[in-house]
Design a protein around this ligand. Structure first.
Ligand code: FAD
Length: 274
């Protein structure tokens, strides 16, 4: 059985909290291995992440992996946060560098995610199962695909147990990345992150900055649907479900779904997978 995990962002308003509760109830029925909660670099959603982790554990009984991004943070702050996560029963962390919000000057004690992984191992021993980020289409700031892959390998050598990829719509990029990582001696599971397509123009804007490419054939087909939101959603389900199936058929160890706190499209995609 492939492992399924769902990613949520921490809600800030009552309306968003209700939406997340509704989404979690629907997705929980699919028996995820765990769910994860994102973290705003520089501490902006630090509290919201912690609150959301507690709520998902206590009210929904889920195994939760908080994301922890190190940029802008100090050893002391991150160490205390790790201790609190440990105290409430978390066993999994997604360890990231994060991106400093524009205008924020304090870089903090860590420059790269590899340093955070080492710090977590130093601070908490083997308590946490650590996931790190991987970029089949190369991180946007990387000098080259090869240096990015080497940096990825360093995170595994520093003690990470697995990886979740940035989303992508090109399965070959994932298979090549996994092959190359294996050739470099990386043998941890690399789980593809899949992004349902809801608001296509928003997704296009976001993809430009985060190291994910939307293939031309998808852009052209989406553009042809104009403002027909339901047709866009259905085409998105079709594209992402086919991608997910191809990834699983090709040996991906599971799927990590970027839910954006919405269940309907994610469920429709999962329903189409064998
Ligand atoms: P790193 O692994 O540190 O890599 C960042 C860049 O630095 C890469 O280009 C890498 O090649 C380069 N690099 C690494 N080590 C070195 C070195 N020693 N010398 C020189 N260059 C080096 N962001 C958030 O803010 N909050 C979240 O919750 C969040 N969740 C995410 C979840 C997933 C699954 C993914 C894929 C991304 C997530 N992000 C999140 C985004 C992530 O923080 C950004 O992509 C960020 O720019 C890089 O983070 P990283 O952990 O991959 O960094």
């Amino acid at each position: 059985m492939p492992a399924i995990s769902f990613e949520f962002f921490p809600p800030k308003t009552d309306e968003q909290r209700n939406q997340l509760d509704h989404c979690v109830k629907a997705l929980k029925a699919r028996g995820p291995d765990y769910v994860s909660v994102t973290f705003g670099a520089g501490g902006s959603t630090l509290n919201y992440t912690e609150q959301t982790v507690q709520r998902l554990q206590q009210a929904h009984g889920l195994q939760v992996a908080p994301h922890l991004s190190c940029v802008g943070g100090t050893r002391q702050e991150l160490g205390e946060l790790l201790d609190r996560y440990r105290a409430i029963g978390c066993h999994r962390i997604v360890a990231l560098r994060g991106d400093l919000p524009s205008g924020m000057a304090t870089p903090g004690d860590f420059r790269y995610a590899v340093e955070l992984v080492s710090f977590i191992r130093q601070h908490s021993g083997d308590h946490f199962h650590i996931e790190v980020a991987a970029y089949p289409e190369t991180h946007p700031q990387a000098e080259s695909a090869l240096t990015d892959l080497r940096h990825f390998k360093q995170k595994i050598e520093a003690g990470a147990n697995g990886a979740i990829t940035q989303y992508f719509y090109n399965a070959d990029a994932y298979f090549r990345f996994v092959d190359e990582a294996h050739r470099l001696g990386v043998d941890v599971p690399i789980v593809p992150g899949i992004m349902p397509i809801g608001n296509f123009s928003q997704l296009r804007r976001f993809s430009e900055t985060c190291g994910a490419e939307i293939p031309r054939w998808i852009v052209r087909r989406m553009q042809a649907l104009g403002d027909d939101a339901e047709a866009i959603r259905q085409l998105g389900i079709d594209i992402v479900a086919s991608l997910g199936q191809r990834l699983l058929d090709g040996g991906a160890p599971g799927l990590h779904v970027y839910t954006l706190n919405r269940s309907k499209t994610a469920l429709a995609i999962l329903d189409r997978l064998q």
